[in-house]
Design a protein around this ligand. Structure first.
Ligand code: AP5
Ligand code: MG
Ligand code: ZN
Length: 217
């Protein structure tokens, strides 16, 4: 199954993706995670991405399309994949269509998580992430059992550098101007399903799972 997760920063794409890939046994491909890893390792891709990610701006399409193209060619994507946070522009969506067509694949589901702006701000400023395994927490909404420590692996939790109020504002503006128009592209193809991302985490997972299994009305 080939799935796209869309939605503004903080909508819960990563949180839900962790759960859905565990259920469906497919890889989780987050372009944001790929950029952060490259930035941490200081590779040429990381240095390029840093110029944009640190400002809350979208990384140029050619750079982003390149990493997705490479990732989708790997063997573990043959049984399906979940793309989280890609595509985010019409040019990326068209590039993705081309990549999939070349290999005889297509998108099966596009899930858009819908969350109000005020709630997004609260979520992003309270988010914490595990340095070792990448698991996501929230200091109020989804706290770890022990403050600052990952439940899953005991790793140290940190705050993303683009989760400040100022950068969140820029990221939301980028979403509204460049990514939200893409919803229409997928709606017109009959692929888009909107899910209320303001529900409890478990309720959102249940709704997405039933859509993917074809059980939703
Ligand atoms: P990326 O890492 O993808 O960031 P984003 O899109 O801004 O989304 P987030 O990861 O911030 O939010 P999320 O929806 O995953 O929410 P989460 O589950 O963590 O991209 C970062 C940057 O990389 C971009 O700004 C850009 O520069 C670059 N980039 C990436 N992809 C690109 C592309 N395709 N093109 C160009 N540039 C690209 O949840 C958030 C918080 O809320 C957590 O604390 C969580 O615990 C909590 N939470 C989640 N769900 C719930 C719930 N239901 N109830 C209560 N709390 C919840
Ligand atoms: Mg994420
Ligand atoms: Zn961890």
């Amino acid at each position: 199954m080939n799935i796209l997760f869309m939605g503004p920063p903080g909508a819960g794409k990563g949180t839900q993706a962790e759960r859905i890939v565990a259920e469906f046994g497919i890889p989780h491909i987050s372009t944001g995670d790929a950029f952060r890893l490259a930035m941490k390792e200081g590779t040429p891709l990381g240095l390029k991405a840093k110029e944009y990610v640190d400002q809350g701006l979208l990384v140029p399409d050619d750079v982003t399309n390149g990493i997705v193209r490479e990732r989708l060619q790997q063997d573990d994507c043959k049984r399906g994949f979940l793309l989280d946070g890609y595509p985010r522009t019409l040019a990326q969506a068209e590039a993705l269509d081309g990549m999939l067509k070349e290999s005889g694949r297509r998108i099966d589901h596009v899930i858009s998580l819908v969350v109000d702006r005020d709630m997004l701000l609260k979520r992003l400023t309270g988010r914490r992430i595990c340095k070792s395994c990448g698991a996501t927490y929230h200091i109020l909404f989804n706290p770890p059992k022990q403050e600052g420590v990952c439940d899953k692996c005991g790793g140290e939790l940190y705050q993303r550098s683009d989760d400040t109020e100022e950068k969140v504002g820029t990221r939301l503006d980028e979403y509204l101007s460049k990514t939200e128009p893409l919803l229409r592209y997928y709606r017109d193809q009959g692929l888009l399903r909107e899910v209320n991302g303001e529900q409890e985490i478990d309720a959102v997972t249940a709704q997405i799972t039933s859509i993917l299994k074809g059980q939703a009305e």
